[in-house]
Design a protein around this ligand. Sequence first.
Ligand code: AHN
Ligand code: ZN
Length: 335
Amino acid sequence: MKKILFTIAAALLLASCGEKQPSEKPIKKDETKKTVVVPRFDADSAYQCVAKQTSFGPRVPETQAHADCAEWLTAKLTEYADTVIVQDFRTRLFNGRGIDGQNLVGVFNPQAKKRIVLCAHWDSRPYADHDPDADNFHKPIDGANDGASGVGVLLECARQFKLQPLPEHLGIDIVLFDLEDYGPHQEEAEKYYDDRVNFWALGSQYWSKNPHVYGYKAYYGILLDMVGGPNPNFPKEYYSQGYAAWVSNKVWRKAFDLGYRQAFSNELGTVISDDHLPMNQIAGIPTIDIIDLQPNSINECFPDVWHTVNDNLEHIEKSTLGMVGDVLLHVVYEE
Ligand code: AHN
Ligand code: ZN
């Protein structure tokens, strides 16, 4: 049936082309793009996804909460995506100890050559080493913002991709990285200091060397990190601007058009080593990091609750998840 309709449409198109007057104005490419209907991002649903993740407890690798959350995330991806790949890997921590991790991948439109990779990390930090109270230095964190917020936004995007299928020419891969936040404790930072190795972003480093599909390439990537805090400030992060300025510019322009210029400030942000760095440097995928960087922060640049026990659901702002999700859906559906 599709084929017949296509043939009719093609015939009509040819016929109309034949009759075209020389004075007729050709349709500009970007005028046709505006006809796409972008689904409405449901911030309540994204918030529920954040709440569900934190309800397991801190998703610290090698704990039951971590395993339970992986199971739930895999089930959600399976509900929405065409294909799900659980990438089990073994790597080394900063101290040389071996550890197992799981990157979770949801594939939409696997046949499409043009692909965008959307990612966030789903693990949470084993210790609140930036807590104002030293008694909390060795307690694990909920990571409601640092981890769960980005995953929550991506799961709601995934639900929308299922409800309103993406255009056939566009494939999306949602990659949830494990082991982003297991860098050395602040108290031991000097002891382990080594600028030749990246102790963070272990899941991303593994995936960048061994993507879920052999020879995988994407047009570009977008990483979300800490996209659920109050009064967010998303400048164009420095590496993102260096490796993928055209992607940041595209995303920030869209945010501006949607009225989010207050949060998506048109400023160059500081250098952040995050999951996007291996994606740019190892996988060769131009990838940006949408990350909340606070100018008056007590931790140089991150939100005040960063790596403290207060990074919990109480400090998640639904409207922040909503604006980031809205921008993402517009960027994707209008691609
Ligand atoms: C470091 O602190 C090395 N990188 C910031 C990336 C990060 C940590 N995002 C969340 N937690
Ligand atoms: Zn962190």
